[in-house]
Design a protein around this ligand. Sequence first.
Ligand SMILES: Nc1nc2c(c(=O)[nH]1)N[C@H]1C(S)=C(S)[C@@H](COP(=O)(O)OP(=O)(O)OC[C@H]3O[C@@H](n4cnc5c(=O)[nH]c(N)nc54)[C@H](O)[C@@H]3O)O[C@H]1N2
Ligand SMILES: Nc1nc2c(c(=O)[nH]1)N[C@H]1C(S)=C(S)[C@@H](COP(=O)(O)OP(=O)(O)OC[C@H]3O[C@@H](n4cnc5c(=O)[nH]c(N)nc54)[C@H](O)[C@@H]3O)O[C@H]1N2
Ligand code: SF4
Ligand SMILES: [Mo]
Length: 711
Amino acid sequence: MMDGSGLPTTRSTCPYCGVGCGVLLTPDGNGGLLVKGDPGHPANFGKLCSKGSALGETVGEEVNRGYRLRTPLVDGKPASWDDALQTVADKFRAAQQEYGPDACAFYVSGQLLTEDYYVANKLIKGFIGTANIDTNSRLCMASTVAGHKRAFGTDTVPGTYEDLDEADLIVLVGSNLAWCHPVLFQRVLAAREKRGARIIVVDPRRTASCDAADLHLKLVLGSDVALFNDLLARIEDAGAVDADYIAQTDGIAEAMAAARENNPTETGLTSEELDAFAAEWIGTEKVVTVFSQGVNQSTSGADKVNAILNCHLATGRIGRPGLGPLSVTGQPNAMGGREVGGLANMLACHLDLENADHRAAVKTFWDAPEMPEAAGLKAVDMFRAVGAGKIKALWIIHTNPAVSMPEADAVREAIAGCDFVAVSDVTGRTDTARLADVLLPAAAWAEKDGTVTNSDRTISRQRAVLPSFAGARADWDILAEVGRRMGWKDVFNYQHPAEIFREHAALSGIAGQMGRDFDISGLAELSRDEYGALKPLRWPVSATRQGGRFFSEGDFFHATGKVKLVPVRWRPPAAKTGPRYPFRFNTGCLRDQWHTMTRTALSARLSSHLAEPFLDIHPDDARSLGLAPADLVSVKSPQGSAILRSRITDDVTTGQVFAPMHWTGETAPSARIDALVAGSVDPVSGQPESKAAVVDVRKFEAAWYGFAVSL
Ligand SMILES: Nc1nc2c(c(=O)[nH]1)N[C@H]1C(S)=C(S)[C@@H](COP(=O)(O)OP(=O)(O)OC[C@H]3O[C@@H](n4cnc5c(=O)[nH]c(N)nc54)[C@H](O)[C@@H]3O)O[C@H]1N2
Ligand SMILES: Nc1nc2c(c(=O)[nH]1)N[C@H]1C(S)=C(S)[C@@H](COP(=O)(O)OP(=O)(O)OC[C@H]3O[C@@H](n4cnc5c(=O)[nH]c(N)nc54)[C@H](O)[C@@H]3O)O[C@H]1N2
Ligand code: SF4
Ligand SMILES: [Mo]
C-alpha cells in the first residue's frame, strides 16, 4: 500500500490502550514514522486520540539516542547477547534445580503481543514447572476476569463496540472513557448525536467524561455494589425481570435476597438520584454498562463486576445488539494475555489450571515435562515472596512494577534484594530496569510483529515497519532463546511469530472441543503470508462460528449449562479513614500520559498537557489546611509519602483527594504515587485496591526548595 506521496504504508495497531485502533504507518526514510488512523479498522474507522496521533514523536533516531538500550547489560556493564541470554538461562536453571520450580517467577505485561505472552506462559508453566507467572493485568483486569468466570464459567466479553453505536443509554461506571479510551468515547458521543443516546457517569469525582453526561452520580468511593444491588431490587419491583432469560440462569433468588439486604444510603446518593438512575436504566432496553478501573481496582472488584452483570442477566439484556455489559480493557493486549492464560491462576486458551483434564490436554499438546497443579503467586503476593527471599530468579518483562505496584517502595526494595533479576525493556531509564542484574534490550513497537486482542475480542496485527534498534530482539525471540538454552531446543524452536500464532490457534481448537469459548482454530493453518495479511477479526473463529455476541441464548460454559447470578454484598474499602489518615486517596490516568511515561514523555506535545505531579483537593479541605492554589503538599500514608502540587477543585468531594499515577523515580522522585498505596487485594481476584488508600495531607513547608520535575 502507498500513501499519497508514494511512500510504502503498512497497517498496524496503536500500542497504547485497549480500544485497539488501527494505524497506517509510513516510514519517513530517516528512521521516523508518519502515523495516521486506519479508516478500514473496525475499532476506530480512521480516528486517533492525542496519544495515538503523537506516536511518530516517540520513535526515530533522535528519540532513540539516549533513550533506547544499545546492548544487553550484565551487572550494569555492556555484554554480548550470548552472555546475557546464557546468564538468564543458567540462573533460572540453577534456581529451579537448587530450590525447586516455585523459586522462579515471571512478572509480565498486558502490553506484550499474544505471541510473546504465549511463549512466556509455555516456558514457565510447561517447562520450568511453576505457575508463578503473573502480569500487570492483575492490577488492571483481574476483577473482571473473576467476575466473568463466576457468572459465565469463562472469561468472555459478551458484546461488541457496535453495541455502543446502537445503544440508547450508556452508563460509564468507574471509567473515564473520555481520557482513557478516547476513540470509544467518540463513538459514544456519536451515538448521542445520532440517536439521542443518554450518558450516565458513575464516578466519585467529576471527570472529562462528565462533560457530556446527562447524569453524574458522584457516589461514595467503593460503593458500586450498593448502587447496583439497589438497581437489582428495583428491577424486580418494576416487574422488569425477563422470565424467559431467567430460566437459563441460576442464582436469581440468592442474588435478589442479597440485594434486598442492601442499604443504598452507603452510596451517599440522594433518593432522587437513585430514583433517576433506576428509572433510566430499567426504562431503557438498549443499555450498555461500560466499566473499568473504578470497578476493578477494589477489594470488592469482583463483586462490583457481578453486581453489574446481575442487572444485565436479570433483564436478559445481554448478547443482543445495542445492549450488555462491556468491560473496557486498559492495555492493548490485556485480552490476548487472558487468552494465552498469562495470569497465575489460568492455563492457556481459557482452560483452567485447577482442572485435571485441562492440565493433561495442555501438557500433552506442549509435550511438557511438568505442569503445576496449583495456582501460582498473584502480583502482590509474588513481590512479597520476592521480598521474603523465596523467589530466587525473577524475570520482569514489559512492565515497571517498582513504580506501578502498590507498596511500591517495598516492591523496589524486594527487586533490589532478589538473588537474580532479569528485566526486558526498550530503555534502561526506568525505576525497575535500574535494578536488573541482566537487562535485555527489547525491540519496540513498530519493530516487532505479532497480534493483539482489543476490548471487544477483535484480533489485529501489529507489524514491524522499522528495523530493530541496535540489534534489540523481540520479546518472543528472547524468551524462546532462553527456553532453548535451558535445554528445550525443539519446543522453543520458533523462527517467526506466525509459527507461535498457529500453535496457539491449534491449542485453542482443543480448548474449544473441551467446551471453552476461546476457539480460533480456524486460523491454525494460516501460512506466513496469510498471517502477514491477516485482517482484523473477532473471535471465536472456528469451523462453526465466527465473531458475534455471547450469552443471548444457549452458549453457556458452566457445567450446569446456565449462567449465574452471584449474590454480592457491599463492603467498604479495606483501609479506613480516621484522625491520622483522614483522606481517601483516589488515583488514575491523565489524558496525555501512558502509565510510567516511558514513551509518552518523549513527546513534548503530550507532556505539556499536565506537566507535573499534582493532588486534587476540595476547596473546603484546602481552606482548613491553609492551602493556597499550587502550594506544595506533603502526602503521607501508612505505606509511604510523596510531595505533590495541590490543585484546588471541587471535581473531588470533601474528604477525598486524587492524584494521577504516572510520575516515577526517573521523572519526579518525590512523587511515586504507589509508594502511598497499600497492598490490600480483592479476596476473589487478587487485584489490589489502587484507588482507595488513606492519607494525611499537610502543607509542605520547605526548609529548602528542591522540587524538580525532569522529563
Ligand atoms: N491517557 C491514558 N489512557 C489510558 C491509560 C493511560 O495510562 N493513559 N492506561 C490504560 C489502562 S492500562 C487502563 S487500565 C485504562 C484505565 O481507564 P479508566 O479506568 O477509565 O481510568 P482511571 O483513571 O484508572 O479510573 C477511572 C475512574 O474510576 C474512578 N473511581 C475510583 N474509585 C471508584 C469507585 O469506587 N467507583 C467508581 N464508580 N469509580 C471510581 C476514578 O475517579 C476515575 O475517574 O486506561 C487505559 N488508557
Ligand atoms: N495507584 C495506581 N497504580 C496503578 C494504576 C492506577 O490507576 N493507580 N493502574 C494500574 C494499571 S491499570 C496498570 S495497567 C499498570 C501499568 O503499569 P506498568 O505496566 O508498570 O507501566 P508501563 O509504563 O506501561 O510499563 C511498561 C514498560 O515496558 C517498557 N516497554 C515498552 N515497549 C516494550 C517492548 O516492546 N518490550 C518490552 N520488554 N518492554 C517494553 C516500557 O519502557 C515500560 O518500562 O499500573 C497500575 N498501577
Ligand atoms: S484510543 Fe487508544 S488505541 Fe486508539 S489511538 Fe488512542 S491510545 Fe491508541
Ligand atoms: Mo491497566
